[in-house]
Design a protein around this ligand. Sequence first.
Ligand code: NDP
Length: 451
Amino acid sequence: MVISDHVNIDQFMAGLVRRNPGETEFHQAVFEVASNVFDFIRNKEVYHEMQILRRIAEPDRIISFRVCWTDRDGNIRVNRGYRVQNSNAIGPYKGGLRFAPTVNQSVLKFLAFEQTFKNSLTGLPLGGGKGGSDFNPKGKTDNEIMYFCQSFMTELYRHIGDDIDVPAGDIGVGAREIGYLFGQYKRLSNRFSGVLTGKGLEFGGSPIRKEATGYGVVYIMQDMLARCNESIEGKTCLVSGSGNVSTYTVEKLIDLGGNVVTMSDSSGFIYDKNGIDAGKLEYIIDLKTNRRGRISEYADEYGVPFYQNERPWRVPGDLVLPCATQNELSEAEAETLIKNGCMAVAEGANMPVEQEGVQKFIDADVLFAPSKAANAGGVAISGLEMTQNSIRRTWAKDEVHESLRKIMHDIHEQCVEYGTQTGSDRIDYVKGANIAGFLKVADAMVAYGVV
Ligand code: NDP
């Protein structure tokens, strides 16, 4: 029986949309994977027989809970917490926690789904999950953040564990929040275990974790360019965001001779045509990490323009690295970038380029590394942090850095293997990442039978 004759992506997506009404980010993420995988598995009946795609697109479970805390004025505040455990087919659930008012079930389902394939690409035994809350950390005192984190963990702790589910940071959850969350976990469970990653170096964190995502984004850009006998040196680079991923992306670009001219936050972007150098970047890191300042302060400090409520994509540049948030680069902006001569894009944030924009880049032969490949360096080093915690050792910085470089290179090679266009030398990195990420998870699911 040729089961594939009966399978149709439109019907598959119609079913998904019917079962997950209004969850547009989740639909977008599933469609991107399904559209590549469908073709690839057309004649591989076991995946159809076992309904692999349909099963991966249904999270193992979604935990949703109330988080109560008291603000500085004594008011009782109520937020909603979530953990989406998408798949533990190849390892414990693994993925970050996001605290932002834009967090909802759709956003976390899309992130957990993406995380499943990203984690598979790293080659490490990690499943996929994601969590967070609609809590807005902006403008909160340290104490308010601590009380919120403690209340959040008071429910979450019963659903996680070093062999069950290992959360980490994401937007709005950095070193400070991980410290508070881990402190509360330890207190409730009376266990010191590697249940969270991104921890401080003093209590089980890994060297290079905070730099890993940003460095990894640049490494995959470097590999894509090298394949075309190009390099980062001397290229004008456009970066968005000014958080964890952006700052270490910029640091590595500067290191490799790139001229980074933009950075941003949710209020607008700065354009420094002379380039952000290491000294200026130090100012941003201090501003963002230690003082939690705004990128507009950079404009005042260095006398460059700040464009309020705008995004950097109308500035001409060779290399584009969106590192802030999902859907921050539209189809029209992709067209502008292509017109302005951009040659490569690497997604630092998760799904920052809208679906139609991705297609524009691919059609225009712009090298395009999708987030599940480009930003996998962070979770890869988190995986190595879990290993270090299990064996009660900390590896040297150089050793971990070398592993990061190798993992990113391997991811690039997997994309090349599965993304080479028939009869051409072109690589479709989106397709390559989707298929390579899918295969390992799918084969494990086939081995387990119907569970
Ligand atoms: P941070 O919170 O450290 O920084 C986020 C940055 O993006 C800030 O500059 C923030 O500005 C800006 N931003 C947030 N929302 C918006 C918006 N709606 N419009 C414009 N700018 C916005 O987060 P990270 O750097 O950790 O994460 C950034 C992206 O990278 C996310 O998509 C995340 O999922 C992804 N990622 C992160 C990893 C990590 O290791 N941290 C790993 C893999 C992926 P403001 O300060 O004004 O809010």
